[in-house]
Design a protein around this ligand. Structure first.
Ligand SMILES: Nc1ncnc2c1ncn2[C@@H]1O[C@H](COP(=O)(O)OP(=O)(O)OP(=O)(O)O)[C@@H](O)[C@H]1O
Length: 616
């Protein structure tokens, strides 16, 4: 069996029961209803065992005595018992449907909440299809398990025990004949459970991989079509789909085999009991009514016994679904990405408060944005690879705009991600007006620092919603201002103005339009600190000049770090920092560096000097 592609947390296999017991916190609130439903199901099932006893009474009594009134009475009793069984079945479904839908919704909501809190490094590692399939298919499986197999495992268990007690008290020798297959069946079920749970895990993981491929193909449809890669994608998809089919066939084969044995062994025992019973009735050792009741009871036990294979299969898949759900829920930030906030190391005033004063104090060493000995290594980087950042020291004074320049792959984007703590620095510290960002509550940090990334993601929402996402509590005036600053006034001319829905990932807008909206989102809250990752890369020269002019006004009142590739962006900044070899090797004005630093001059003149090509 081949491994699945995206399986960042290959699990250690728990026992089925232990895996399913972890669902208890979610099931707890509806335990009363579930218990009531289970009791009803048990009662309903026991009714089906009482029916043969009524039959025995009828055969040995009114039928043998040819007494019609007794037969009518017996018929009435059977009708009442049958109706009661049907009513109990209905009540059980009515009791569980709504609360179990709530359990599923609660689990989905907590998974989503947890995913939002997990660090970017987690999302870098996990394929999105794996998360998607866990949030949909696996949770649906768990709801089905709670609604049906969980109850029926209990019901069938109770029914089988009660049924065999009745059989043994009616005629113990025949009862023992029926009990004979129990031991081989238990051994078989254990063997089946082991094999089936492996197949179920592989099938569910492969479904996650398949989801990833579909998602990537849909999102990357332009690349797929543009490069005529649809056949290649189809082949990749067909190979994965073939893998899913193989595991599903293996599951079906296992289930078919176990079901066949579960059905055949009791049938053989029933046949043997029937032959023995008829011989004893013929010998006059046993009444016909007792044999009828015995066989009816045995037949009533057929479904509870036979359905065990099917129930065990769903239970196994549900245990796997629970494992897959909790693998995500158990994920915590890895070492170096503390979930809790460490104590502040710098004694300083509150960031944000009193910043007007700080803004005036260009010479104040603590004020502004400061990076001290900042080191960063990606958690999944090879152990022998050097850290991307190896001791970055940089001070951006309050109100100053600093451009960050460096070769491709030098770590500029990585550095900008450390400031809003999308990644945690592995060493060193970053301070905002003297306060360590590691000590700031994330909500506060995110209010202080705004970011716009190179790849401007827009959500399936209106233009206004996308922009206002950048500032809590901002309204129409802030929206209009931010759109003006980002030269995104085109939004007013869209069919529904700023209430226009932009498609998935804003695909209906051009790259430059998306970038301007992302910029508007970054500036809408008038943040104290602004981090822009090459914000003008997708703009034409004319729009770039207009955005630059508007940005100058915003930058005059904030402390900003701008990743820049082009001289035009660099010229927005007061000073420039050159990132090279994981360190800031030079800081100065554009003109100072242009004349005093060969690497910077080469970068700005467009000479090819890739980080990859340089000896470290
Ligand atoms: N999630 C990740 N996991 C592991 N390594 C990564 C990850 N993201 C980036 N890297 C590596 O970190 C290094 C720096 O990448 P980064 O994106 O910060 O460079 P950059 O200077 O912004 O490049 P560019 O100018 O091309 O945008 C690269 O070698 C890259 O391969």
């Amino acid at each position: 069996m081949t491994e699945t592609r995206g399986d960042p947390a290959r699990p250690r296999r728990r026992s089925t029961v232990r895996s399913l017991l972890r669902l208890w916190p979610y099931v707890r609130p509806v335990r009363g209803r579930l218990l009531a439903a289970a009791l009803m199901a048990v009662l309903g099932s026991l009714m089906s065992l009482v029916i043969p006893l009524a039959l025995k009474w009828m055969v040995d009594g009114p039928v043998a005595d040819r007494e019609p009134s007794g037969v009518w009475l017996g018929g009435l009793v059977l009708l009442v018992l049958g109706s009661a069984e049907a009513s109990l079945f209905w009540a059980r479904r009515a009791l569980t449907a709504r609360p179990l839908a709530r359990v599923e919704a609660d689990m989905r909501a907590s998974l989503y909440r947890h995913l939002q809190r997990l660090p970017v490094s987690f999302h870098d590692r996990w394929p999105s299809g794996q998360l998607l399939s866990r949030a949909t298919t696996d949770l649906m499986l768990l709801r089905i398990f709670l609604a049906f197999p969980l109850t029926f495992l209990l019901v069938n268990g109770v029914t089988i025990v009660a049924g065999f007690l009745i059989l043994l008290t009616q005629e113990w020798t025949l009862g023992l004949v029926l009990l004979a297959p129990v031991v081989p069946l238990i051994v078989l079920c254990r063997y089946f459970e082991e094999r089936y749970s492996q197949a179920a895990r592989t099938a569910q993981d492969r479904t996650g991989d398949l989801t990833t491929v579909v998602e990537e193909s849909v999102l990357g449809i332009r690349v797929v079509k543009g490069f005529g890669r649809h056949r290649g994608q189809e082949r990749a998809f067909a190979a994965l789909a073939g893998g899913v089919r193989d595991t599903e066939l293996r599951k079906a084969g296992l289930l078919g085999a176990v079901w066949a044995v579960i059905m055949i062994l009791p049938e053989l025992a029933l046949g043997a009991a029937l032959v023995l019973g008829v011989m004893r009735v013929a010998d006059g050792d046993l009444s016909a009514g007792t044999l009828v009741a015995f066989l009816s009871t045995a037949l009533a036990l057929r479904w509870p016994v036979e359905s065990m294979g099917f129930l065990l299969a769903i239970t196994n898949e549900s245990a796997t679904a629970a494992d897959r759900f909790f693998e995500v829920m158990d994920s915590r930030p890895p070492a170096g990405e503390p979930a809790s906030v460490p104590a502040p190391r710098a004694a300083a005033g509150k960031a944000g408060a009193g910043t007007a004063k700080a803004a005036d104090a260009w010479g104040d060493e603590a004020a502004g944005l400061r990076l001290e000995g900042v080191e960063f290594r990606y958690p999944d980087a090879p152990a022998d690879a050097p850290p991307v950042l190896r001791g970055v020291d940089l001070h951006i004074r309050p109100g100053e705009t600093m451009a960050l320049v460096g070769t491709t792959g030098s770590g500029k984007t990585t550095l900008t991600a450390l400031i809003p703590r999308l990644h945690e620095a592995t060493a060193g510290r970053i301070t905002l007006d003297g306060q360590d960002i590691a000590a700031l509550p994330r909500e506060r940090l995110r209010r202080l620092v705004s970011v716009a990334f190179e790849d401007p993601t827009l959500f399936s929402a209106t233009v206004a919603e996308n922009v206002l996402m950048g500032a809590e509590g901002a309204g129409e005036p802030e929206l209009v201002r931010a759109l003006a600053v980002a030269q995104a006034d085109f939004a007013h001319d869209l069919p529904d103005g700023t209430a226009t829905q932009v498609g998935e990932q804003g695909l209906s807008l051009s790259g430059g339009q998306r970038q301007r909206l992302a910029l508007a989102r970054a500036v809408v809250g008038e943040p104290r600190f602004l981090v822009l990752d090459d914000p003008l890369s997708a703009l034409d020269v004319h729009t770039e000049a207009m955005v630059e002019a508007a940005l100058r006004k915003v930058l005059a009142t904030t402390t900003a770090l701008i990743v820049a590739h082009r001289p035009s962006t660099v010229l927005l900044a007061d000073r420039v920092a050159l990132l090279s070899g994981g360190r800031v090797t030079a800081v100065g004005t554009h003109h100072e560096l242009l004349h005093g630093n060969r690497e910077y001059a080469a970068l700005m003149s467009g000479e090819p000097r890739g980080e990859e090509g340089r000896t470290r």
